[in-house]
Design a protein around this ligand. Structure first.
Ligand code: SF4
Length: 454
């Protein structure tokens, strides 16, 4: 397959009860093995942590893991570098901090629910009601482990750009829409009604899923079966509404006069030290709570108008970005030297060098992955990958860190090689052409030849 073909298809882009039951996702009790140890994922109840809880989590990540925390593309928290013997102490520390993790399936709420952005109904209350009334169904082992459910109270900021199997959206203070299999725009509305009718519709949908086969997803339910259970499917009463988009980074003012600040860890990871220092610096600023959010972000809420700029200043000092255009969002790095014994180089320092030397590469058209070794912990999907080796670096133009390299670069030559790549894109890009399209057009051989040239 030609490089261009390959790149066009897949270079860009997944009461206290801490123990989840089905275990296909890395939970606290069943973390997932990765190159840098075990990885545990959690979502606090209602997606909210107070500042003490977030600080406790940072301490626990440093004590029981390798000191790195991440927020996933869907807004869950991840702690990396755990060992088998630290899994239980981590769960105990999280419990002791009062962080409640509800069992699977994960239910996602818009991160800014209930903080002055015009919710029509209470999404968190709806989640609890649903969990209480449908507990047995929701705990069925026949449900797909990755079944995703969104409950959106219909405020200004929602989750319209996040896909889910089941979407509940408040369309008035008393009315909810149920839609399935897609994001807010593509999901199919199947029912609309009061809260009670909505819970009944979800229960029918779950039964339908279970009767459709073992661990099916909503997209796999045959249309005829869906129509049998939801006869109003396709009728004019089900027009389908998307809900609000996810709030951007930066400062937003709520209708109640308080402000929230959206932040993203640069290169997708926070060190426990940086996070602890950031939390200490904003503790006295009247922060209400902290809310992990999709696209690896989190929001700081409850700020007075004069406090939001101060939070931004502290955030920038501690490796957190408030800029949607920040090029760091396009580079995934693993722990790297200093945090992982397997790493052959300092991935985050290299990422800063790539931003400095080759900004044209980071136009948003392709994913870049800097991996300390061939294990590729930070990015299990194809990308423009630089993997550390004993002799230098393996460059994989569109693949995983573990794949055969398209070029091998000596350690001493890496900065020059990045400069040559920068020159190639600058000189060869046609008007309006993205970096991805340019590299795809040039093809593997031209790129590797250019990288070898002195
Ligand atoms: S160097 Fe990076 S990719 Fe390799 S094991 Fe460590 S964290 Fe994982």
């Amino acid at each position: 397959m030609a490089l261009g073909d390959h790149m066009d298809t897949d270079i860009t882009e997944g009461g206290t009860q801490p123990f989840a039951r089905r275990g296909a996702c890395p939970t606290l009790s069943q973390p997932m093995p990765t190159g840098d140890g075990l990885l545990a994922r959690l979502r606090p109840k209602a997606g909210i942590l107070d500042i003490d809880q977030f600080e406790s989590l940072a301490h626990a990540a440093a004590r029981y893991g390798n000191g790195l925390l991440e927020i996933t593309a869907r807004g869950s928290l991840q702690i990396r570098g755990l060992r088998q013997e630290t899994v239980d102490p981590l769960a105990i520390a999280i419990d002791a901090a009062g962080i409640v993790v509800l069992p699977n399936p994960v239910v996602e709420l818009p991160p800014l629910h209930g903080v002055g952005f015009g919710d029509l109904a209470d999404a968190a209350a709806m989640e609890l009601r649903l969990r209480e009334q449908l507990a047995e169904l929701l705990q069925s082992p026949g449900l797909a482990p990755k079944l995703a459910m969104i409950i959106d109270g219909g405020g200004r900021f929602g989750l319209a750009d996040v896909t889910a199997d089941i979407r509940l959206l408040a369309v008035s203070s008393r009315t909810w829409q149920v839609a399935i299999a897609g994001d807010g725009h593509s999901a199919r509305a199947i029912a609309i009604g009061t809260a009670e009718e909505t819970i009944l519709a979800v229960s029918e949908l779950l039964r339908l899923l279970l009767s459709s086969g073992w661990r099916k997803r909503c997209r796999e339910i045959p249309h005829a079966r869906l129509q049998e259970v939801f006869p109003s499917l396709g009728s004019a009463s089900l027009t389908g509404q998307p809900g609000g988009e996810t709030a951007r980074l930066g400062v937003h003012e709520g209708a109640d006069g308080t402000f929230v600040v959206g932040l993203r860890p640069r290169f997708g990871q926070m060190s426990a030290n940086d996070l602890t220092a950031f939390l200490a610096s904003v503790r006295a600023l009247g922060v209400k709570d902290i809310r992990p959010a999709p696209d690896r972000r989190f929001f700081v809420t409850g700020l007075g108008p004069d406090r939001a700029p101060i939070v931004l200043q502290h955030a920038h000092r501690h490796g957190l970005s408030s800029d949607s255009q920040d090029m760091s969002a396009q580079i995934s790095t693993c722990a790297g030297s200093g945090a992982c014994a397997s790493s052959f180089y300092a991935t985050k320092a290299m990422a800063e060098a790539v931003i400095d030397i080759c900004p044209d590469l980071l136009d948003g058209s392709l994913a870049v992955h800097l991996s300390g070794c061939a294990k590729g912990c930070a990015h299990p999907r194809p990308a423009l990958t630089l993997a550390g080796t004993a002799g230098g670096y393996n460059l994989v133009l569109n693949g995983l860190a573990s794949e055969a390299p398209d070029a091998q670069i000596a350690g001493s030559d890496i900065k020059s090689a990045i400069e040559r790549l920068a020159r190639l894109i600058k000189n060869e890009s046609q008007a309006g052409e993205s970096a991805r399209a340019c590299l795809g057009r040039l093809g593997k051989e031209n790129i590797t030849r250019a990288l070898r040239q002195e």
